[in-house]
Design a protein. Structure first.
Length: 271
């Protein structure tokens, strides 16, 4: 009699024991406790670096706005003014990526203001001083001289005491210092030009501003001495032989010093 074939013995199935599972979970909890804070700190540092780069760009746009418009942005209009240059909505200028308001502070030491500060907080709940809080030159100077990653003293604003109470809060405070004085001293220095008409025919001139905006032709009659003041370097002076400005005779780009031009009835001659 033939016996039926016996099935092969079943293999034992490998599995974790309860103790092994508890051990694995404990190791994962330890790793999470170590890694998660480091990951969060790395994300914070990356966000702070990105915001620092953004503030540096806003500082350059502040200088560009001054060069183009011959007036600096104010605490009231800076989001709109810089937003137009950067092609961004004003809200994207006024607030950072963490939806916290930035501050734009103007140096009250002189008019026009020689310096501005752009402040940004990257820690929720930590507010910044607004234009109404910084009203003296000493307060502004105290902020200007604050070291990076440090908290300003309450001499500039009493609200800094809340920052000082939190260890390491200076790492979440970003201060962009924008010095406008060199622009006023060079690009926007006031220059005087003198136009002396010594010929018989009426001549003319017009000015083209550094931002490309051209003025209308202005006639210069025989015997006249025209003094043009308050001109910014890089302004273009166009001198014409005719009253209507039709025949361009001489072009001059305003530099850092004044010049004189004489018209002899035929040509404009620089002196």
């Amino acid at each position: 009699m033939t016996r039926p074939a016996q099935p092969p013995p079943a293999r034992a199935t490998a599995a974790f024991t309860l103790i092994e599972m508890i051990g694995v979970l404990a190791i994962m909890a330890i790793l999470a406790g170590v890694l998660v804070p480091n990951v969060l700190r790395s994300m914070d540092r990356a966000a702070v670096r990105a915001e620092a780069e953004t503030l540096a760009a806003l500082g350059e746009q502040t200088k560009l706005y001054l060069r183009i418009n011959r007036v600096a942005p104010t605490a009231a209009n800076w989001p709109t003014a810089l937003g137009a240059l950067a092609d961004l909505a004003p809200v994207d200028i006024a607030t950072n990526k963490r939806a916290l308001a930035r501050s734009f502070l103007v140096d009250p030491a002189a008019t026009p203001a020689p310096r501005v500060l752009i402040l940004s907080s990257m820690r929720a709940g930590m507010t910044l001083p607004g234009a109404a809080n910084i009203t003296t030159a000493a307060q502004f100077q105290s902020l200007w001289q604050t070291a990076d990653k440090a908290v300003p003293t309450t001499a500039s604003w009493s609200g800094w005491s809340a920052w000082s109470a939190v260890t390491g809060s200076g790492e979440y405070l970003l201060i962009e210092r924008v010095n406008l004085a060199p622009i006023y001293a060079t690009d926007l220095a006031n220059v005087t030009l003198t136009l002396n008409h010594r010929g018989p025919a009426t001549a003319s001139y017009n000015l083209v501003q550094p931002n490309g905006v051209a003025g209308a032709a202005v006639p210069v009659v025989a015997g006249a001495n025209v003094v043009l003041t308050g001109l910014a370097p890089r302004t273009r002076l166009n001198l014409y032989r005719t009253a209507a400005g039709g025949t361009l005779n001489y072009t001059y780009i305003v530099g850092a010093a004044g010049r004189t031009f004489d018209f002899d009835g035929t040509n404009w001659i620089p002196q």
